[in-house]
Structures are given as C-alpha cells and as structure tokens.
Design a protein around this ligand. Structure first.
Ligand SMILES: C[S@@+](CC[C@H](N)C(=O)[O-])C[C@H]1O[C@@H](n2cnc3c(N)ncnc32)[C@H](O)[C@@H]1O
Length: 274
C-alpha cells in the first residue's frame, strides 16, 4: 500500500528512537504508558503494536509479560526494533514490515492493538476507517484498540512555543492545518512534521465508533504540558514529575482543553459478545 514519500523520508532520518526521551516527548511517553496500563488487559495477552517504530512501547510491554508483535512500514524502524529486541531480556514475538490498512494477522488473534501513529499519517478518512476496521478484525471479543490523533492545533502551539512562526512558510502551513486538517509540509523541511491528518478532538472517537468499536475518550496525552518550556527539569525531580502527571490527568477529559493537547488518545473496545 502506498505511503507518501515525505513520510518515509521523514522517518528515515532516524529521530523516532530518541524522540520520546526528552522534553515534550518524555511527557508524551510517560502519559501514554500510564494510559496503556489503564486500558490494556493484564499480561499475559497478545498485543500488536502497529506503527511501533523502534519499539519504545513494544519492548517495555514485552518485558511486562505481553506477547508483542511490532509492525511498521519504515525499514530503519524495523532494524532498530530488531536490534533492541535481540538485546532485551524478553524479546518481541515478531517484527514485521506492513501497513495498518492490511494487517498480516488472523481474525480474532489479538487482545490489544496499538495504533499510536498510523492513523494520523492517513489523511483520507476512508483509510483511517480501513485501519480501524482491520484492528477490529484481528481483535478477540473484549479486545481493545488504543488509537492516537494529533490535535488540529498542534502546529499552532509549536509555531508559537518553538518559534517556528519566524518562517512565513510555517505560518502558511499552520493556517492550512487549522482550516483543512491536512498538514502539508510541501517544502519537505526536515525539521517539520511530514504529511499528516490533524484532528479536531471529537473526530477520532467518532471514527472509532464508526469502525464498530465502543470508544472511551478522547483523553489528552500531554494536555497543557505540551506547551510547557523547561519540562525536563520538572520531570527530573520525582515529586514534581508526579505532580505534573497528576495535574495533566485531572483535566485529561476537559472538553475546553482537549484541543490544546498535542496528542489525544481514544480506546475502542470490541463488545465482549461480538
Ligand atoms: C510518530 S511515529 C510513532 C511511533 C510510536 N508508535 C510512538 O507512539 O511513539 C508514527 C509511526 O507510524 C508509522 N506509520 C506511518 N504510516 C503507517 C501505516 N500506514 N501503517 C503502519 N504504520 C505507519 C511510521 O513508520 C512511524 O513509525
């Protein structure tokens, strides 16, 4: 299946492996991990990490006792995941090349599917629904998909907080993002995100429901922490880190704040009797 060349080029730069270890990425990883622990069934269970990149979530889940299959379309990510898996105390079950829209797994073979990335790289709604229906197909009754969206307003915040708006081309892109939802980095600036769909807060839960899953969410991942500066200094201190997480968690479903969170998650459950 076709993926935009700029998406493949963006990930070939190899930034995914370290993205979640500092700043906003670090908060994203802490909160995503917390939400996975909330939504996933207890181990042992089979988890498919679709768009799992270098294995930032897949490997710790395997360590916790899950059988984890990682799938990604980017060769560099697969190589990084294989190397990390080979060095892990509990390796991944498989590392496969593939696309969220056509999963190489049997019907009703998994307890959880992670879609933490593929959906926002599918700008056509019909493609996102195909990926969500594929997740539903491979899930057992009672199984859960955890799906991520990028907020429609993420580039607006980034443009201001990280100073990208110094460049008029970034301002043009931000205006288009807010107006259309299609993030189109037509200049292929390597420091800017590749082709993506930026959702309004309610849209992902609607798509999850349309795919036949019962949604829980949207839930803000970083919340207002997504616009903070100096996050590492806060997260380095264990007490402050806990207080930041508690503050984000307290308002994670507040409708008036959802769009300010760079990432949103929705869990979608297959009805137990399906
Ligand atoms: C921003 S990264 C997120 C990686 C990781 N899941 C995380 O949450 O940090 C998006 C990932 O989705 C993958 N991806 C993009 N389009 C995809 C598709 N159609 N099917 C599966 N994975 C896809 C990319 O290769 C990349 O690894």
């Amino acid at each position: 299946m076709h993926l935009p060349q700029d998406v493949l080029d963006h990930y070939a730069l190899g930034r995914e492996q370290d993205r979640l270890s500092r700043g906003h990425g670090r908060l994203e990883a802490l909160r995503t991990t917390e939400l996975l622990h909330r939504w996933l069934p207890p181990p042992p269970a089979t988890v498919l990490d679709v768009g799992g990149a270098a294995g930032r979530y897949a490997l710790p889940l395997a360590e916790r006792g899950y059988d984890v299959h990682l799938l990604d379309p980017v060769p560099l990510h697969l190589e990084q995941a294989r190397v990390a898996s080979a060095a892990a105390a509990r390796p991944l079950a498989t590392v496969l090349e593939g696309d969220a829209r056509a999963l190489p797994f049997e019907e009703a073979s998994a307890d959880a599917v992670l879609l933490l990335g593929p959906l926002y790289h599918l700008v056509e709604r019909s493609d996102r629904l195909t990926a969500l229906r594929e997740a539903r197909r491979v899930l057992r009754p009672g199984g859960v998909v955890v799906a991520a969206a990028i907020s429609r307003f993420a580039s607006t915040a980034d443009g201001i907080c990280a100073g990208f708006l110094r460049d008029p081309r970034f301002a043009e892109m931000v205006e288009r993002d807010v107006r259309t939802g299609v993030h189109d980095n037509r200049w292929q600036e390597p420091g800017w995100f590749a082709t993506a769909w930026f959702s309004l807060p309610h849209e992902l839960a609607e798509e999850v429901a349309e795919a036949g899953l019962v949604p829980d969410g949207p839930v803000a991942v970083e919340g207002l922490g997504g616009t903070a500066t100096g996050l590492d200094a806060l997260l380095d201190d264990p007490g402050t880190c806990e207080r930041v997480l508690a503050a984000v968690r307290r308002v994670e479903r507040e409708p008036s704040l959802l769009g300010a969170s760079p990432h949103l998650l929705v869990a979608g459950r297959v009805p137990p009797t399906a």
